[in-house]
Design a protein around this ligand. Structure first.
Ligand SMILES: C[S@@+](CC[C@H](N)C(=O)[O-])C[C@H]1O[C@@H](n2cnc3c(N)ncnc32)[C@H](O)[C@@H]1O
Length: 412
């Protein structure tokens, strides 16, 4: 017990050191550049025989701003290195995080709890997702997890796709990929599979082509609390779009800001690592998703993202939410939601949604009920893996009835 408390104190010390020294505590970006380049010798850790992980991270942050940074800002590579450091060395378990980044297992739907219980404790202890992001209807599908971490979501999905399905995880942090790989066969044995259906790759989610992931090779892309960490979110979304088959979807949870995050916060290794300062303002995310081809982003659910008091002071009142979106790769969708008098009936045959299917916040289908839907929803359901679970009415309707009344405006 004492050892555990000791570890906690050690972690607190490392984090508070990072917080004290993080760049946001300095007023101007110009000052950051000159201080970090001119002030190397004043680095607290210098000359010390050993440094804590927090000190290493800070020292690295300071050194890196002298190479390749422009206008006092870190380069994309430097931002990624900070994140590798954060998830590879600084954050060792969920409790080390200073936000509600971790989705607790109580939030999982009841059918998932036993599947989560099958996952190795060591893998579960390094689950750093911000929500539950496993969609319905995964049997026999191929699923890609962007930023798969220790593999927790992948090993749950492995059970849902079954032995004939396939799961691929991609992550850039060595220790996370090593841990996930260590348990691949262990889980296959536990699930009674002859051969594992999960593979993990070390790589960047902005460059899936570099690890050989082909165009149109996945039915579903998932991701849990990762996009915000990427310095090039457009590249990630483009890659997700490229590797999806037509009718496939990206179903993912992430953190969004309710207003644009001030530039001066963006390089802070702690705020970035905690999934805060890299977060997109939600409306900017929607614009970006549409730009790469995901024309009709859908909010599944959204809730406040809680930030500890120690970090709140730095945020200038910016607040955050954790939101699950689903983005379908369907080519004939419109940017606006239109009514063509069409309707659908959910048959109630999806095992995880026997009485009602929550497709998104605006489309909740009770089994057996005929429900009016927009043309986009109609086309999306028909083009996707949900098709066989619905009856469709008014397929050929060409009569436009005006805008379809969404029950909620597209906000999060
Ligand atoms: C908050 S953790 C979430 C991990 C996992 N999805 C989970 O739910 O436990 C973020 C993960 O994303 C990975 N990551 C962040 N940016 C990445 C990038 N550009 N390419 C690949 N992996 C990245 C990190 O290495 C880390 O393992």
């Amino acid at each position: 017990m004492e050892a555990v408390n000791g570890e906690e104190h050690d972690m607190e010390r490392r984090l508070s050191k990072l917080l004290e020294e993080s760049v946001v505590s300095r007023p101007q970006s110009e000052e950051i550049t000159s201080k970090c380049c001119g002030g190397k010798g004043k680095d607290k850790g210098q000359g010390q025989p050993e440094r804590s992980a927090g000190e290493v991270a800070v020292a690295k942050t300071k050194a890196s701003c002298c190479s390749g940074a422009t206008n006092g800002r870190k380069s994309d590579d430097e931002l990624r290195e900070d994140i590798k450091e954060y998830y590879g060395k600084i954050i060792q378990k969920k409790e080390d995080l200073q936000t509600s980044a971790c989705c607790t297992e109580e939030k999982f739907p009841s059918y998932v709890k036993p599947l989560a219980g099958m996952v190795a404790d060591e893998v579960a202890s390094k689950f750093f997702g911000c929500d539950f992001c496993v969609p319905d209807v995964l049997e026999n599908t191929s699923v890609l997890d962007l930023g798969s971490g220790s593999g927790f979501d992948c090993f749950i999905i492995s059970q849902l796709v079954g032995e004939t399905g396939q799961v691929v995880g991609v992550d850039m942090t060595d220790s996370q990929v090593e841990l996930a790989n260590k348990y691949t066969q262990w889980h296959a044995d536990r699930f009674g599979f002859e051969k594992s259906n999960v593979t993990f790759h070390k790589g960047y989610i902005e460059k899936l082509d570099e690890i050989g992931l082909d165009d149109a090779s996945f039915d579903v892309v998932v991701s849990n609390c990762v996009l915000n960490l990427s310095p090039d979110k457009e590249a990630v979304l483009k890659e997700a779009y490229r590797v999806l088959r037509t009718g496939g979807e990206m179903y993912f949870s992430d953190v969004y800001a309710l207003r644009r995050v001030p530039e001066k916060l963006k390089d802070d290794p702690v705020l970035r690592g905690e999934c805060i300062s890299g977060a997109l303002y939600w409306n900017d995310f929607i614009t970006l998703a549409r730009k790469v081809g995901f024309t009709d982003p859908r909010v599944v659910q959204s809730e406040p993202y809680i930030v500890n008091d120690s970090l709140k002071d730095k945020l200038d009142g910016t607040t955050f939410v954790s939101t699950t979106f689903r983005l379908f790769k369907v080519s004939n969708l419109e940017a606006t939601i239109e009514d063509y008098g069409q309707a659908v009936k959910y048959k109630g045959k999806i095992f995880s949604a026997p009485s009602r299917l929550v497709f998104d916040r605006d489309n909740i289908f009770e089994a057996g009920a005929v429900v009016p839907v927009s043309r986009n929803t109609f086309r999306t359901l028909r083009a996707s893996r949900f098709r066989s679970h619905f009856d469709f009415y008014g397929c050929c309707s060409k009569k436009h009835l005006g805008p379809f009344a969404r029950s909620q405006p597209l906000t999060i």
